[in-house]
Ligand binder design. Sequence first.
Ligand code: F6P
Length: 378
Amino acid sequence: MRAGGIHPLRAQTHKISQEIILKEQAMRIGMLTGGGDCPGLNAVIRAVVRKGTFHYEDEFVGFVEGWRGLLEDKTMELSLATVGGILPRGGTILRTSRTNPAKRPDGLQHCAENLQKHGCDALIAIGGDDTLSVAQKLFDMGVKVVGVPKTIDNDLSGTDFTFGFDTAVNVATGAIDRVHTTAEAHNRVIVVEVMGRDSGWIATYSGIAGGADVILIPEIPFDIDEVAELIRQRHSRGRYFSIVVAAEGATFAGGNVEDGTAGRDEFGHVRLGGIGSVVASEIEKRTGFESRSVVLGHIQRGGSPSAFDRVLATRYGLGAIDMAHRGEFGHMAALRGNKIVSVPLAEAIASNRKVDKEILDASIGILDKLDFKVSKTS
Ligand code: F6P
């Protein structure tokens, strides 16, 4: 024994036994899904409930329609029975919304009170940066929250991939493959507009996978004259059709013309969409090549999750329930390399994750390069 304190070995034993108690203690856990839905949400819910029930004897309360359910006290039963058979289903059995409790009078306080009312020891919030920013605010007020990273956009920091992204990329790639055959048959340029908000992950991945000829992403504003020249250059090599993939958030070098009619959601995001048709008509004007555009929209968010997303979502769910039992609140389950780790929510919501250099280099490496000598003399 050291003078004036407990023996370090005893202190350590005490800490370990505290952890074991927390781990083994059954909890009552609230769960919700917020923001835009995406394939894999049900796989997370199922994994949390199964591991919680089998390994910890936990009980669950489902808050429906995202933060709205917690705010307005709308719940549903979450048990082994209610999560049965949901693994391959798109959407979310908890349903979702873009409700922002921080924008309602005493909204965050109501959320905390309703959790208490249902005897919840903790909350698992499954969502993107908006949902997790509310989770962080609740955590700051003392609520025990664990986050799970969801979004087809793959734009959350702190994790290598969000679930839902892989499925969206597969849907977009399948669509690009189909557009290819019709563009080729008609000697057309077709612009495929994909989602992704302010990041170009879906556009870059599906563009590479689908063999696009031009990829336009928010990270790199584009010069429409260069895009047209690139397509002309390609056609002068004997090709008679082209595929352009445009992220919905892609911008012209001089900025996009906003008509002010696009609405905003409760988190302040402008509803995007329409860049594809503008790009197609500008290309036709400049090249004379017949052009069309197609917007994939919510088709990218619907349907059954890919095998990759089912596995990733399941691992996130397992990670989240373990984190709750380890007392790692204010944190989010994240993928780093091939490991599920725990990162602070603050890190995840600090900034929007842009397409990284590695992937940008891959797209630049595979795409046609504008031959400036040709473009200057032609
Ligand atoms: O964040 C996911 C996402 O699908 C974005 O890619 C897109 O801009 C947005 O949601 C669309 O939102 P809503 O479903 O509200 O139209």
